[in-house]
Design a protein around this ligand. Structure first.
Ligand code: FE2
Length: 307
């Protein structure tokens, strides 16, 4: 939570709050039910998924997704008893990412990861990360079976809740996953929610998602994609990664800093009109000059939405 470039100090040291979220009260009673949540291809793995033709993998993935589904009925999170093979994938990826993070991750992320305190040796359970987040920012995680649509995912942020998968990627491609998995969530996204300012920022985006028109939700999805998922930031004259999709994939992270990627200065109009695909390596990324700038641009943008 230190350093001039880090988001949290901005609210800690200025009178004005980062975002006006006082009108959104968070309590369990406010949580909508999951029953009508739209899913994208939740029951099937795409053909380019490395585990698509591995029957054993698909069965295991479905079993863990079933535990997540149970949460939608009971509201109780079931811890997953991960196998040795699954723990092995985690250890392999977490160690490799830790090395790359030293070189490429933003200071903001490195601090957040330390604050979450997860281990490189064991897959963290959503329940234990929830205890930590409750202490720090009152954010929380809710298990989900797979990729949900943009409005559903973003809207839940307005209840200070992130939907999180629990299963892990296929062992044949540890550097890559075409869909969210526990590595992507716990290493890429979840650390950031230890930071009050980022948690508030996410909640504000969630609020925008709830009032957005269909076109605005697409645009907001792109803004989220090129920032929270794949964002780069300039820190002390160097470009660093803060996007979850980069920080949770050593393939993407190395690719992001290679000459195969065009790194453009962040421009809101360009970003909200720039279509993307989920499964390919990203050919274009956007560099924000600072978190304060991103916050301000996002605030102005969402204030255009009519509630
Ligand atoms: Fe993500």
């Amino acid at each position: 939570m230190k350093g001039a470039a880090a988001m949290p100090t901005e609210t800690a040291t200025t009178v004005e709050p980062a975002f006006n979220v006082e009108n959104i009260h968070v309590s369990d009673a406010d949580l909508p039910t999951f029953t009508d949540m739209p899913f994208e291809d939740i029951e099937e793995l795409h053909l380019d998924h490395p585990g698509a033709s591995d029957v054993e993998y698909r069965t295991r993935r479905d079993y863990i997704a079933g535990l997540s589904r149970k949460f939608r009925e009971t509201g109780v999170i079931t811890d997953v008893e991960y196998t040795e093979e699954e723990q092995g994938i985690w250890r392999h990826v977490a160690a490799r990412l830790e090395e790359l993070h030293k070189k490429h991750a933003s200071a903001f992320y490195l601090q957040a990861k330390q604050d979450l305190g997860i281990s490189n040796y064991r897959i963290p359970q959503l329940t234990e990360m929830n205890r930590r987040l409750k202490e720090l920012t009152n954010f929380r995680l809710a298990p989900i079976e797979g990729l949900v649509d943009t409005r559903a995912f973003l809207s839940w942020l307005s209840w200070r809740t992130m939907l999180s998968t629990q299963y892990i990627r296929h062992h044949s491609r540890p550097e890559y996953t075409p869909e969210p998995d526990i590595v992507h969530e716990a290493i890429g996204h979840i650390p950031m929610f230890t930071n009050t300012n980022f948690a508030d920022y996410s909640q504000f985006i969630g609020h925008g998602a709830r009032i957005a028109t269909d076109q605005q939700i697409e645009e907001l999805g792109r803004l989220y994609w090129y920032t929270v998922e794949f964002g780069l930031v300039e820190e002390k004259g160097e470009i660093k990664a803060y996007g979850a999709g980069l920080l949770s994939s050593f393939g993407e992270l190395e690719h992001a800093f290679s000459d195969k990627v065009e790194r453009r200065p962040f421009d809101l109009e360009q970003v909200i009109n720039h279509d993307f695909t989920y499964s390919d390596m990203q050919p274009v990324l956007y560099v924000i000059p600072s978190y304060a700038e991103l916050k301000e641009v996002t605030r102005n943008y969402i204030s255009r939405f009519k509630g």
